[in-house]
Design a protein around this ligand. Structure first.
Ligand SMILES: [Zn+2]
Ligand SMILES: [Zn+2]
Length: 92
């Protein structure tokens, strides 16, 4: 196993099957970094940093905390619904 802390990346013998970090300190550091990244991402959104829709690239409203614009969300919803309808039609 290689420690999941990128700054450490030391090779170690895992004691449990789900051990990702070579020691508690690396686990703590990596977890803290993840929390801080999330925090700054949310802060940037609140401060109105421009984000684009993942599908069409349309600029997202700062009140939209998803990665899709409203019209792409609607389209995704509709395609989901039509898939269900297609399946119902196949059965009947
Ligand atoms: Zn480590
Ligand atoms: Zn979009």
């Amino acid at each position: 196993m290689i420690c999941s802390n990128k700054e450490c990346a030391i090779e170690f013998e895992p004691k449990t099957h789900n051990q990702k970090y070579h020691n508690d300190e690396c686990c703590r550091v990596a977890t803290n970094r993840r929390i801080m990244e999330k925090y700054y991402e949310k802060k940037a959104i609140r401060q109105g940093a421009a984000r684009g829709c993942k599908k069409c690239g349309h600029q997202l409203s700062r009140y939209n905390d998803t990665s899709l614009c409203a019209s792409c969300q609607k389209k995704t919803d509709m395609s989901k619904r039509s898939n269900i309808l297609d399946r119902i039609n196949e059965i009947s």
